[in-house]
Design a protein around this ligand. Structure first.
Ligand code: DGY
Length: 326
């Protein structure tokens, strides 16, 4: 008797070795090995050539309606290694009967750790100090020079209070911060943990010395941070965005950072990625990172394993663990 047939999988992104090793061990896997993640055309060609039933992707592969239409009907499940799924046309996927899954729950802590790091770094000018040291220091810095903003004990507003927002709130409480949040619905007290809910974002903003974004990119949240909402923050506030660039009007953000309305910002995500607006790179009061909030060994492995678990479950007929719809 031969080996039982293993399900056919295409891994379209460059993933940690632990994840690709497992993909090869458990599936008949075509694992991409180029210099960059597969393009849409490459993914379509690979899924066709391999007659794949499963596709493992990350958010660099946009599954828009045209790409979904070009994928063969044999493909039964697409698992994105991300919690966000704004790169996927869910209506088109659903219409063609494709099951789509994401990886909620496994990246909350690392993403919130990263957001809090960006908050601290932006407020306390960590990157500017690092630049000075790398340039050799060798200059006097007076008691009144290069001062940052105190973090402990201040008020933070969270836009979005899902799992990552709540993980951010836990970190903020560790710094004795007062936590406010805006979300469509108020959370039950066990999840709110003393945070104050604002139905209206515009009422929350004037109280926020810090504002951290933790909402998905949707039609409703597009440019929710704009000239009008930025003007409602107290002068000298600090903004952190590790969620999605689409939440922010970047021209308004640039103006707020150069006018002093914002003291600083920590930005991990941008409207255009990877070709982000280079005006931000010229601003000393911005700390930048390349959409990398969940990037620890443990979390990136956990995300990949979770995506593989989802694909295995679907292809074994058990149904998805993390379906985007049911
Ligand atoms: C996520 O999980 O959505 C991260 O932003 C990576 O895409």
């Amino acid at each position: 008797m031969g080996q039982p047939m293993r399900p056919r999988l295409v891994v379209s992104a460059l993933l940690p070795a632990a994840v690709t090793d497992r993909a090869r061990a458990e599936f008949d896997a075509l694992v991409h090995e180029g210099a960059d993640d597969m393009t849409q055309a490459e993914a379509i060609a690979a899924v066709r050539a391999h007659r794949a039933e499963g596709l493992l992707l990350v958010n660099t592969l946009r599954l828009d309606a045209a790409t979904l239409a070009a994928l063969p009907a044999d493909l039964r499940v697409a698992a994105t290694c991300s919690v966000g799924f704004d790169h996927i046309d869910t209506a088109a996927a659903r219409a063609r009967g494709l099951i789509v899954t994401n990886t909620p729950g496994v990246l909350d802590d690392c993403t919130a750790d990263f957001a809090f790091m960006m908050l601290l770094a932006a407020a306390r000018r960590a990157h500017e100090y690092d630049d000075i040291m790398r340039a050799g220091w060798r200059r006097r810095i007076g008691q009144g020079d290069l001062l940052g903003v105190k973090v402990s004990g201040q008020t933070i507003g969270l836009l979005g209070m899902g799992r990552i927002g709540r993980a951010m709130a836990r970190r903020a409480r560790g710094f004795d911060m007062r936590v406010l949040y805006h979300a469509r619905n108020r959370l039950p007290p066990a999840l709110e943990q003393g945070a104050t809910w604002f139905r209206d974002l515009r009422e929350m903003l004037p109280q926020c010395r810090f504002l951290s974004l933790h909402a998905p990119a949707t039609r409703e949240t597009d440019r929710i941070i704009n000239a009008g909402t930025l003007a409602l923050l107290p002068r000298g506030a600090v903004l952190v965005n590790v969620a999605r660039g689409g939440l922010v009007d970047e021209d308004a953000l640039y103006d707020a950072l150069t006018s002093g309305q914002l003291f600083a910002a920590g930005l991990d995500v941008f409207r255009a990625e990877p070709d982000f607006d280079l005006r931000f790179a010229a601003l000393p009061n911005v700390i930048l990172s390349p959409h990398i909030g969940s990037a620890s060994v443990e979390t990136r492995n956990a995300m990949g394993f979770r995506a593989l678990d989802n694909i295995a479950a679907v292809l074994a007929g058990r149904g998805p663990i993390d379906p985007l719809w049911s």
